[in-house]
Design a protein. Structure first.
Ligand SMILES: Cc1ncc(C[n+]2csc(CCOP(=O)(O)OP(=O)(O)O)c2C)c(N)n1
Ligand SMILES: Cc1ncc(C[n+]2csc(CCOP(=O)(O)OP(=O)(O)O)c2C)c(N)n1
Ligand SMILES: [Mg+2]
Ligand SMILES: [Mg+2]
Lengths: 371, 326, 371, 326
């Protein structure tokens, strides 16, 4: 069967070319200070370092798994820096850049992958929900949360909106389409941000869709746009506008950030089984950090000392993260029963008590360590 | 004020009271608005509380539960109506993997006080997928509380308790008993109501404990009345997760025999779990094995066969007889 | 919250106006004999009669429930008469007109609603799958079946294709969107035929969608078209073309038949709770039968004797159906265990044997009838 | 030819043989193609049988099972891989309400010989949703057959039996045992294999029957070896629906005691059902109540806790001890 996937070259919003040149876009004018640009650069470099460290920590056995964001830094940092404190983001499991921008300390992310927690941070504190692993599920949570914002009357110019992150693969999941429907008919203030990183584990987008994803939105009755996902400025400008429109009552929008997963799906994955090195080379030329640096250098936005300083900040961050990872506290056995229910629950309480006794019996058994 | 209410109207009254006392309580589902739900359980709520609090959702159960989770994360208390038992299944992922796990995975940072109302069970002559008894799936899912009611008084109070509970609650409504009536004191203090997790001795007896819940309680009571030779105690379980074993055990230790009746297929049903637990905790008190009476291990049949498929008075008494042959 | 539903008046394929005038459509030329037109008229009248009888039978307690197709005859007859014997149709639960056109005897439909069967006919014999009640589920079965046709090499000009029927409400269900995705990426020979009858029980389309449904298809990468669902010729012509394109390897298509549910959702429903009579009046003027009759009369395609003969055929059919309904055999108690599994199954076999004994015990108990 | 195969490779070999002998057999799922599945169970099949028979599906489990039903209705025999246990749930409606009921509702006119392969269970240090043991949900669903394997020999034969079965079969694969090896005679006649529905005495003993299935069989065997004072018989259940009660009862009548171990939470698990049934059928033979050892009734915890959460050798032996205190 021939798959007429027809992924031509659709319109793609790009403000910063791979060579570091700025391009104006009529719909997405960029208002940004040089200070902010330096901030974005720093973000990109630091989250990439967090990622590199985490991959290394996994190799050393300190983490059970890691899902690398390599290549997707711009999509994440740009969009997350477009958020306000009162906004809420619902990530999938690869949004380390989003977490960074929302102020979640990197070590908090490691907990899940080290297996010492299933979550790690308080979503209300950071405006970032916990990672969601079952593909697509969070798109509905985000939509419901946005419906709550409407009911709170917390919309308007200074109001709140929601962003839901998901992947190209996730677009196939029924939940994602249902989220589009609920968001559309409720005119909910939610922005759907898809990082189309060209892969869902081993499957390319033509296994998930026949036409570019951003067009899906129109069929549900809201606008969709494709952006250069390796362009942090496009990601920032387009997300900012989408969030503002959502806050102001114009309803949902879909942003498809066209990017690339430079690493393996996770540290468990072996991409050599399904993709050719040439593809990587092509995308290396579009690297999000290099192009911003080129731009900053060309425009004199920062000098070598700045870049050196960011580099050493990254070194310090890496060092700190390695130490923090190793000292993440292990959970205690009885944590199994912790917060399963808010109210006392006879079933759980009994099992906890019995298990405590059981554990104590080993201690009683003394140095022999039980059976 | 004591009023004579059907189970359906008692739930309606309970929903209304909950919505009045807490503006965060929402009702959502298919046709819950102007229609008042296909069983009219949300009748008039849309008119009185408006479309923002009584939400006619798109026809998508995963979407209903998924957005309810989001609303709960924003501080709301959504009460979702799943139109019929057989239409819950598209929402399984959101319920079992998201709703049930949210609190623990966040170490308590997140609370998702969502209530799922599910009219369940057969006996109404319906077509396929309208007569299922899926409660065992839920009771096997950690993180959910699972309750059901058998009369209007419990219906009125337990729906309110379910809504105020900080834990997600699956609230099973015995659809073929929706029109059963009882006197309900709707002005009583909530404190006067029994705890949501507790079982209830619905009829006292000394020779055998007959345990039932939801729609089967009425049948069980009828069976107990019909049984003239032995004195049957009937326990209405009410909470299916957690089970109030203290009450069940106390009863079984007195009677020495236990029969469990439910509409769900026997294999893998609630009855097996209770039987296993009670056998372990009351081993020396049981004079016969626990006998289970339920539907057969087949798909729910066409309605002309449902009277044979579902346990009825005769099948329950047959189970009682069997318990006395040991 | 304001719902910007914006259901304007989108392009709608109409070949026969409510007044019975023929209109040419560039994309959907109509090739039809007068004999065929008479056949369509007969179909419309007879399925409406089947429906009327079934509603009456329900009122008399002979059926537990009935889902009336009143108003949707043209959408169903037109589309189903576009099918070939080797095609396969997957209905929802209201497709009595489709069943009629596929050759399923009306009494077979009654079995499900009387509660004597859960199905009623052999799908292979008629090219019509059983009714599916869980909304949206059949769209995936249809898509999988179409993927099977591809694997059989049974496509091509003389090949087979599939049509999946569903409602406006069903468009919200995740399964329906997943079916669109699977059909699109596999280029499967399946036509999605939505009868947008303006209601999903009590909910109008603005609770399900924000823009006309036919546009949803483009977002998934295949064509969508809205037709006048009360125009049997449009339904025939457009479905014929869509099926032929599907057979010939051009992939899926979505047809939205814009029509109206003139009756209650089912005999259990009370539409006065949620809709105004004026709406009904408006749609009565668009009746599918009247307009075809007007056309036939104006064009001299049939005379009074024809219309009288169809009427008396309908009378005979109604009478027959009433008799057949009452004589549908009740299932035997042990049918509960029939064909749960194909292979012997210890669990079922034991329960069947025990239940047979139990039933026999009542007979043994003799005239007293057990306890 | 006898080859030393891991469980994963044995399933792969079984799939290959099934695909060779019946052109209607298809493999479908996420990443089953060029990648060969995340556990490589479908390794090389894409290369050898092509993309039409080894289908990389969109990322949508309901879609996988739903289209598999359609393919089966067209005469195919799809073997669907659900990538991990925790990702089954979006497919619940298609599996429980459609797949399981299709044959009976059509009075046998329709056959849907779909196999769902589900790698299940914990112990691999994974993140959330990758370590679930949802088998009890399936065993409570009439119309499905549910099996699991504990060694490469059974893996090789049972996957083929599942594929040739005209009934839908849910095939649970013990993911943490994927690399356990055994000698498999891959050329033997299919008739030489035990029936798919039968339990297996994995170790003979006389004092207590220890029943396990899937990943727990190995742990059960280790516990039996470690227990030096009593003679433990280990039964590998293999088929969870229907259960081969003849074999279990015969064993229990001999030993007089039964302990059941599984990874799933105890409440509502397979163990409760088996305990209830065996207590009824072997009431006078049981010298103690049936003891169950399983996971706690909590969501699967973060992986650093899983060694405490899952039953291990010590917990099983504790259960054995308890059985002897009666
Ligand atoms: C419902 C569900 N099915 C399967 C999986 C296993 N899985 C994890 S990630 C993944 C691919 C996701 O692809 P995409 O949405 O493109 O996100 P990406 O990994 O590229 O960021 C799969 C299949 C899952 N987590 N959830
Ligand atoms: C999954 C599911 N949820 C709910 C229902 C209950 N229900 C039956 S018909 C219906 C409305 C369907 O509307 P639509 O798809 O427009 O079809 P129509 O009835 O108008 O033909 C609902 C909600 C169902 N059958 N399945
Ligand atoms: Mg991706
Ligand atoms: Mg409709």
């Amino acid at each position: 069967m021939s798959n007429n996937t027809a992924h031509g070259e659709p319109e793609l919003v790009q403000l910063l070319t791979p060579d570091g040149e700025l391009r104006d876009h009529p719909d997405y004018p960029l208002e940004i200070s040089t200070e902010e640009i330096r901030g974005l650069y720093r973000d990109l470099v630091l989250v990439r370092r967090v990622d590199t460290e985490a991959v290394a920590l996994q190799r050393q056995g300190e983490l059970g798994l890691w899902a690398s964001l390599l290549g997707q830094e711009a999509a994440q940092i740009g969009s997350a820096r477009a958020l306000r404190p009162q906004d809420m983001a619902f990530p999938s499991y690869r949004e380390h850049g989003v977490a960074w921008a929302r102020g979640v300390a990197p070590k908090e992310l490691l907990g899940l992958f080290r297996g010492v927690t299933n979550g790690g941070w308080d979503p209300a504190q950071y405006g970032l929900h916990l990672y969601t692993i079952v593909i697509g599920s969070q798109t509905l949570h985000a939509t419901g949360y946005a419906m709550g914002i409407q009911r709170d009357g917390a919309t308007g110019e200074d109001g709140s909106a929601v962003v839901a992150y998901f992947g190209d693969g996730a677009s196939s999941q029924g939940d994602t389409s249902e989220a589009f429907t609920f968001a559309a008919v409720n005119n909910a203030p939610v922005v759907f941000f898809c990082q189309n990183n060209q892969w869902a584990i081993s499957e390319p987008p033509d296994r998930q869709m026949r036409v570019p994803l951003y067009r899906r939105a129109a069929g549900f009755g809201f606008p969709g746009v494709r952006i250069d996902g390796n362009d942090v400025l496009a990601s920032l400008a387009v997300t900012r506008k989408a969030m503002q429109q959502a806050r102001e009552g114009q309803g949902p929008m879909l942003i498809e950030a066209f990017t690339y997963r430079m690493g393996a799906h996770t540290t468990n994955d072996d991409p050599t089984r399904y993709r050719v090195p040439a593809e990587l080379e092509e995308w290396k030329a579009k690297d999000p950090i290099l192009r911003l640096r080129a731009h900053m250098q060309a425009q004199g936005i920062a000098g070598d000392d700045f870049f050196t300083e960011v580099e050493s900040e990254a070194d310090r961050l890496g060092e700190q993260l390695r130490a923090e990872c190793r000292s993440l506290p292990d959970p205690a056995p009885l944590d199994i029963f912790h917060e399963v229910y808010a109210e006392p629950n006879t079933q759980i309480d009994l099992q906890r008590a019995e298990f405590a006794d059981y554990l104590a019996s080993f201690e009683d058994a003394g140095a022999e360590g039980g059976r | 004020m004591s009023v004579n209410l059907t189970i359906g109207k008692a739930i309606n009254a309970g929903l209304r009271r909950a919505m009045e006392s807490d503006p965060k309580v929402l009702v959502m589902g298919e046709d819950v608005g102007r229609l008042g739900g296909v069983f009219r359980v949300t009748d008039q709520l849309h008119k009185d509380f408006g479309a923002d609090r009584v939400i006619d959702t798109p026809l998508a159960e995963s979407g209903i539960v998924g957005t309810a989770i989001g609303l709960a994360l924003r501080g709301y208390r959504p009460v979702c109506e799943i139109q019929f038992d057989g239409f819950f299944f598209p929402a399984t992922n959101q319920t079992f993997s998201q709703l049930a796990k949210m609190r623990r995975r966040s170490a308590g940072a997140l609370s998702v006080p969502v209530v799922l109302r599910i009219p369940y069970g057969g006996g109404i002559g319906a077509v396929e997928h309208h007569s299922e008894s899926p409660e065992a799936y839920f009771a096997h899912t950690a993180g959910l509380r699972v309750v059901t009611v058998a009369n209007a008084v419990d219906a009125y109070w337990m729906i309110q308790q379910a809504i105020t509970s900080p834990d997600p609650v699956v609230f099973f409504e015995p659809k073929r008993r929706y029109y059963d009536k009882a006197e309900v004191d709707t002005d009583a203090s909530p404190d006067s109501a029994a705890a949501m997790g507790s079982a209830r001795i619905a009829r006292q007896g000394s020779d055998l404990t007959l345990l039932a819940y939801g729609p089967m309680v009425k049948t069980a009571l009828q069976a107990a009345e019909a049984e003239t030779e032995r004195s049957i105690e009937v326990v209405d379980l009410r909470s299916l997760a957690p089970v109030d074993y203290a009450t069940v055990e106390e009863s079984v230790r007195r009677t020495g025999r236990l029969v469990i009746a439910h509409e769900a297929p026997v294999t893998g049903g609630i009855g097996g779990e209770v039987a296993a637990r009670i056998t372990e905790s009351c081993f020396y008190h049981l004079e016969s094995p626990v006998i289970r009476v339920g539907a057969f291990d087949t798909p729910y049949p066409q309605s002309r066969l449902e009277e044979h498929y579902l346990p009825d008075l005769d099948r329950i008494l047959d189970g009682v007889d069997r318990a006395f042959t040991y």
